[in-house]
Design a protein around this ligand. Sequence first.
Ligand SMILES: Nc1ncnc2c1ncn2[C@@H]1O[C@H](COP(=O)(O)OP(=O)(O)OP(=O)(O)O)[C@@H](O)[C@H]1O
Length: 272
Amino acid sequence: MAIASGNGVKTAQSAGENEIVLSVRDVTVAIEDKLILDKLSLDIKRGEILGFVGASGAGKSVLLRTILGLMPKQSGTIKLFGLDVDKASEVERLRVDMRLGVLFQHGALFSALTVQENVQVPMREYLDLPKKLMDELAMLKVELVGLPPDAAQKFPSELSGGMIKRAALARALALDPDIVFLDEPTSGLDPISAAEFDELVVKLRDTMDLTVYMVTHDLDTLFTACDHVAVLGKKRVLVEGTIDDMLKSEEPWVKSYFRGKRARQLDLAARA
Ligand SMILES: Nc1ncnc2c1ncn2[C@@H]1O[C@H](COP(=O)(O)OP(=O)(O)OP(=O)(O)O)[C@@H](O)[C@H]1O
């Protein structure tokens, strides 16, 4: 049963504390006859920070783009906030889209726009607000992600890598989404900036009741920020669970990834 909510469609299921925000069932995706995902299933609950890992070329970005409706699937079901996106009307789909925030790999800010204008892109796309209000809202998002106020008038080329990621996150948060999709948000950052970014994501989850779906290769992030991990392999989710579950897994790729030398050092540091 659909019930009205502030800016979107919520289902009766969403009232429960274990609300499944995203449900992927038996999703199959092929590109030019090459099977990339084969009956893949995955759930993410409200408030969870999911780390989605897998070897390079395994299909993490393909799944992300499929979930976002940017890529077609051959079969399977994707539900966002309980709504089957294939069965949604145009208006329902629009309302769902407004509840999603996306940070694409490498930030993907518009280089000709200032940070403030970048943050306002989703507002212009989905809302009809006076300029003054959009300026105020953009400044709030800039502050929220820990950027100094003067960063708002800067262009991406004037920002450090860490600031670009924060600006991209501010844009992803422009419409106060319920779930954000982050594609390798800490790649290319130095370890200190990466750790600060991870802390920011956890803080936003805690303060904004945000759900986070994060594609990452970053072991630090997985150990410190993610409370659930899903591993993509053999075209589906091979293993999922907590970091402790990953550390216990005997699946060869998971074992070498989470119990390799680097991972062991991080595990010891995280538990110290
Ligand atoms: N537009 C496309 N056209 C053809 N093949 C594609 C396209 N996009 C992805 N692929 C193929 O799909 C497979 C999965 O790619 P994908 O980018 O999803 O991997 P990934 O797990 O995100 O890798 P990485 O960790 O390196 O980013 C690869 O074999 C890739 O070559």
